[in-house]
Design a protein around this ligand. Structure first.
Ligand SMILES: [Cu+2]
Length: 69
């Protein structure tokens, strides 16, 4: 498992946290570690997904990934 933290723009309330958390929970190969306003930290299986794919999941949920580390 590899770890990634995404800096996210557009999250403003608990609903946003839930929306991002739900989208990440449903993404294959992803274990959600923490979601807060403006950031999400996950562990992921490199054989199933990648940081780029996970960033796209967040974008598709309606938020913007500013930075990945
Ligand atoms: Cu919100």
């Amino acid at each position: 498992m590899q770890k990634a933290t995404f800096e996210i723009s557009g999250m403003s309330c608990g609903h946003c946290v839930k929306a991002v958390d739900k989208a990440l929970q449903q993404a294959p190969g992803v274990t959600v570690e923490a979601v807060a306003i403006g950031s999400a930290t996950v562990a992921f299986d490199e054989s199933a997904t990648s940081a780029d794919v996970i960033a796209k999941v967040i974008d598709d949920a309606g938020y913007q990934v500013l930075n990945t580390r």
